[in-house]
Ligand binder design. Structure first.
Ligand code: TRP
Length: 334
């Protein structure tokens, strides 16, 4: 039996098409091929940078609604919010104690975020972020973790922590395996194909938001930068057009060679028109479903409460075992 676990931070900006292609769409596919999937909105990770209470709560609801609207089925997957399951923080503390200053300090994400003038005043949560992430997965003793390429190093640390725990305290956790997206899962900006698509770029034309109104989606695609020349071709010499082809391939399920064969010699206008139609065909039903979910907070809460119950049913026994193994009293659990 394989168990999948993945997490997503609630974001204020809302997800873009790159998040959908690189993550959520794959999560949906895994529901069909794996035995059990746990998908978690990691609100505690969002506290590693300064936050506002209302926007955190709002971000959690929006992210949960997004996941359901893209096709995560709360009947088949366990969809829940990290802070609803206290075992995550409890195991995180133990894993923080097993993590080494050196290995945490080597994480490139930490180094990037802690650079600059304010390095002295950033929160310590950013430093132990990967230990909490390890706790997320190990709490469920999951075997497979679909993540983006930027999480590779965190996954390595997670594996090291699982191995370290098992050596010292006895075989407790499977060593989780990263499932990194295939090439093409890395979607670049529409206005700069050398930069990853992101909503925090400050340039609205660079990312297609999942909740952008459809006419403006068409406009952004029509205005996307292309390469010099006019041939539809795929490869490193054609970064802008390759990115458009990657998005089209991802949303239609066609391969890039198939698309090139079909669109070659037709100019960029055809490619962009096809891309706009294909993206709108994905966004339209998504947005309808999303609006229903966000418009019914009681229903959304009920779904998340049920998810938390299912998650706790797995997390509780893991923590009981961990407490015993590491030498903590388990009085309250008896
Ligand atoms: N750090 C991950 C990211 O930024 C999110 C995350 C938190 C996660 N806990 C996780 C991903 C556990 C996979 C498994 O994308």
């Amino acid at each position: 039996m394989t168990r999948v676990f993945s997490g997503v931070q609630p974001t204020g900006e809302g997800p873009h098409i790159g998040n959908y292609i690189g993550a959520f769409r794959r999560w949906v596919e895994l529901q069909d091929t794996q035995d059990e999937c746990f998908y978690c909105v990691v609100d505690l990770h969002a506290m590693t940078v300064p936050w506002e209470p209302e926007s955190l709560a709002e971000g959690v609801r929006r992210t949960a609604a997004t996941l359901i609207a893209t096709g995560i089925d709360p009947e088949r997957s366990v969809l829940f919010v990290q802070s609803d399951v206290p075992e995550h923080t409890e195991l995180a503390w133990i894993l923080i104690c097993l993590s080494r200053m050196g290995e945490l300090g080597r994480m490139t994400q930490f180094k990037d975020k802690s650079r600059g003038g304010e390095a002295e005043s950033i929160g310590a949560g950013l430093f132990v972020y990967p230990s909490l992430m390890a706790a997320d997965v190990l709490t469920y003793r999951a075997d497979r973790v679909p993540v983006g390429d930027d999480q590779r190093q965190h996954l390595e640390l997670m594996r090291d922590l699982a191995i370290r725990f098992n050596r010292k305290f006895g075989e407790t956790f499977p060593v989780p395996e990263a499932v990194i997206g295939r090439q093409g899962a890395r979607i670049m900006s529409l206005d700069d194909p050398t930069e990853k698509m992101s909503k925090s770029s400050g340039r609205p034309a660079s990312a297609i938001g999942m909740l952008d109104d459809l006419p403006s989606v068409r406009k952004k695609i029509a205005r996307a930068v292309t390469d010099s020349g006019s041939t539809v071709a795929y490869g490193p010499e054609h970064p802008a057009v390759s990115n458009l082809l990657d998005i089209l391939a991802a949303v239609t399920g066609e391969s890039t060679p198939e698309l090139v064969a079909r669109l070659e010699g037709q100019g960029y206008a055809r490619l962009k028109a096809d891309l706009a139609d294909a993206v709108v065909a994905v966004l339209e039903p998504f947005q309808t479903r999303y609006a229903e979910l966000i418009g019914d907070p009681a229903m959304l809460d009920k779904v998340l409460d049920e998810g938390a119950d299912k998650a706790r049913a797995v997390a509780g026994p893991t923590m009981a075992l961990v407490r015993e193994r590491v030498g903590l009293r388990s009085g309250v659990l008896r």
